[in-house]
Design a protein around this ligand. Structure first.
Ligand code: THU
Length: 162
């Protein structure tokens, strides 16, 4: 038996002013998208913005439903739109942020397990790591260079071909 350490890490920034211009403007798009979220049940609004390799920016936000599981997270709204409409254009980066009417979101939002799995799928589809930029309404910003850092020991497509 041996203990195996995983080499996952993230970059932490104190404010949006510290980000590169590209990351910063993507986060600004995600912040705009928060305002268009449909979140009457949780009052927790999430915005996601994707940067595609051809420079296109796609945004999405959470879409809730009275039958709760029928709703969808912001990240997957944007990711599915991207693959549906720009199927051959790789995704370079995603910025995600959130705001609540009830609580102070002062730590970065970190994507749910299903969104992590979907991010892993598109990294695999385009054979390209996706830069993931995460922020709350206020506070620090986390950046990871690829989904592996948020989803260690990923179930990969090649597992089906063994
Ligand atoms: N939500 C997202 O849109 N993205 C996440 O990464 C986490 C959660 C949404 C789902 C639901 O509409 C609300 O936030 C509360 O869970």
């Amino acid at each position: 038996m041996r203990k195996v350490l995983l080499n996952n890490y993230y970059y932490e920034y104190d404010s949006i002013e510290e980000l590169d211009q590209s990351d910063r403007s993507l986060m600004e798009e995600a912040t705009k998208s928060v305002e268009k979220a449909y979140s009457p049940y949780s009052n927790y609004s999430v915005g996601a913005a994707l940067l595609l390799k051809n420079g296109t920016i796609i945004s999405g936000n959470n879409q809730e439903n009275v039958a709760y599981p029928s709703g969808m997270c912001a990240e997957r709204v944007a990711l599915f739109y991207s693959s549906a409409n720009y199927p051959d254009i790789p995704i370079v980066a995603v910025a995600v942020t959130a705001k609540s009417k009830i609580i102070n979101v002062d730590t970065p939002i970190t994507p749910c397990g299903s969104c992590r799995q979907v991010l892993a799928e598109y990294e695999n589809k385009y054979n390209k790591k996706i830069r993931i930029i995460l922020k709350g309404n206020t506070g620090k910003i986390f950046i990871v260079e690829g989904i592996e850092h948020l989803l260690p020991l990923i179930f990969k497509a090649n597992e089906l071909k063994k």
